[in-house]
Design a binder for this molecule. Structure first.
Ligand code: AMP
Ligand code: ZN
Length: 139
């Protein structure tokens, strides 16, 4: 537990939230500033800043409620699909340094835009990138 962390304070019940789900490992709350109504944060109760701090077993268990949550969020908001978003690190837009994943309900023509900027690889770079990453994969 981190005394100053806003999500740890929420987990300790010190800050009122709209709690959708709770079990021994995680809570799910409605994001106070939603991209669309129903935007939910699934948060492990232990304070981890990033995904790589979880044990392999915890990496599986904290995402276990994801399917039932996302189905309820889609049905409950009359949506048609959803995005999962995990901002890992400040450079990736992580503002609260306590691991969480966003579940964002989506509808056709909902006019939500994420401003990604995908482009094809220039010649040779896809092979080089594949090698660079593969060298760091723990076998
Ligand atoms: P991130 O940029 O991935 O760190 O996202 C943090 C999210 O936490 C933002 O979408 C905020 O709107 C949300 N948030 C911050 N404080 C609260 C709060 N007290 N209750 C619910 N959501 C919050
Ligand atoms: Zn925390």
């Amino acid at each position: 537990m981190d005394t100053n962390c806003i999500f740890c304070r929420i987990i300790r019940g010190e800050i009122p939230v709209s709690k959708l789900y709770e079990d021994s490992q995680v809570i799910a709350i409605l994001d106070i500033n939603p991209i669309r109504p129903g935007h939910t944060l699934l948060i492990p109760k232990k304070h981890y800043a990033s995904l790589s701090e979880l044990t392999p077993a915890e990496q599986v268990t904290w995402l276990q409620p994801l399917d039932k949550l996302s189905r309820a969020i889609v049905r409950g908001t009359g949506s048609e699909g959803f995005n999962l978003l995990l901002n890992n690190g400040r450079c990736a837009g992580q503002v609260v340094p306590h691991l969480h994943i966003h579940i964002i309900p989506r509808k056709n023509d909902d006019e939500v835009s994420f401003h990604w900027n995908p482009r094809p690889y220039p010649p040779g770079l896809i092979e080089k990138t594949l090698n660079q990453i593969s060298n760091h994969l723990v076998r």
